[in-house]
Design a protein around this ligand. Sequence first.
Ligand code: ADP
Ligand code: MG
Length: 384
Amino acid sequence: MSASLPLHSPQCVVGVIGGGQLGRMIALAARRMGIRTVIWTGGLEAPAVECADEVIDLPFDDPIALDDFCRRTTVATVEFENIPCETLEKVAKCTGLHPSPYAICITQNREREKNFLRDNNIPCTWYAVIANAADLAAAMKELNGPGVLKTADFGYDGKGQVKLEGGEDPKKIWADFGSPRAVLEAWVPFEKELSVIAARGADGVTVTYDPAENRHRHRILDVSIIPARVSPAVALEAAAIARRVAEALDYRGIMGVEFFLKSDGSLLVNEIAPRPHNSGHHTLDACVTSQFSQQLRAVIGLPLGSTRLHTPAVMLNLLGDMWPDETTPPDWLPLFEDGNASLHLYGKRHARGRRKMGHANFLGTTVEDALARAEAMKAKWLEH
Ligand SMILES: Nc1ncnc2c1ncn2[C@@H]1O[C@H](COP(=O)(O)OP(=O)(O)O)[C@@H](O)[C@H]1O
Ligand SMILES: [Mg+2]
């Protein structure tokens, strides 16, 4: 597409690599802003397809798909980090990609991500890189306590992780693990998990949203509570660290930074997501600018919008185990009766145990009020 086309012109077409629910919500935000989208699904089942203007339904290493994607788009972004770095480099050259291949390739791999944090003096948990059983044996000896072994590539929603108490046989653990590279992390006895959604614009200005307090169920995000119930000093520190991460990556776009908050008030970065983040879904209903429209602003090169939270909120993830059976959704009527809650479904036809089917945002006069209503609704939906 013509390089001279002003990016904010009505003919602007944003390419999104990945077709999951994050791509769907980017496409919906784009529709609202009069921006066209091309979704490159990677050939997978893709909730974004029905919301996009155009779709390329081919694998991420397909050269015809790459040419087609570049020809049809003005600028591109990702909604999913596990895209081959080679593809990202090519997209960056042919049409422009934000965040950069550098930022995505670091954050898509736990080994590179941890090394990046350490090299930039950003606090994170103790870790060791593991490539074989002998590495694991040495690292477990040094750690001398509980830890978690995580695959370097392709981990998400707790997949590719094994919790270790410390006394296990490293040979057996490694033989069963089945990943060529991994990191062993010290287990963090955290008080809370937090996250900060940050966006850095084309001009290098970084903005942050109020930190979220995150609770997990089966290692998958269950609820996010916003603003997090932490001291102002902790909230400021989390925002400052997220800003440092964005600057050190020379980032452009939206990102999620996950933290562990320890009981002494210190923060450790757990991981970085180079895309909209599940703990930022409340921004659709509770903030001036949603993380998805913010992403479009950053990628296109428009000024960023206000991150102000206008209402305390709780986001409840709707996982497949809330569905009475694969094709029957929960009874949504109580949510609609609530009046201050909103339902966001991703259009997935088949529910499976831990699949993310959608989320619900509960707005409240206080987070306690929103949390009580979200918890009651969740209990009802898990009853079946
Ligand atoms: N080192 C750790 N110490 C304590 N809990 C951990 C640790 N690593 C992961 N967890 C728990 O598992 C969850 C998922 O792990 P994470 O590394 O964030 O992977 P994912 O990519 O699946 O989100 C975390 O949010 C946290 O609850
Ligand atoms: Mg995580």
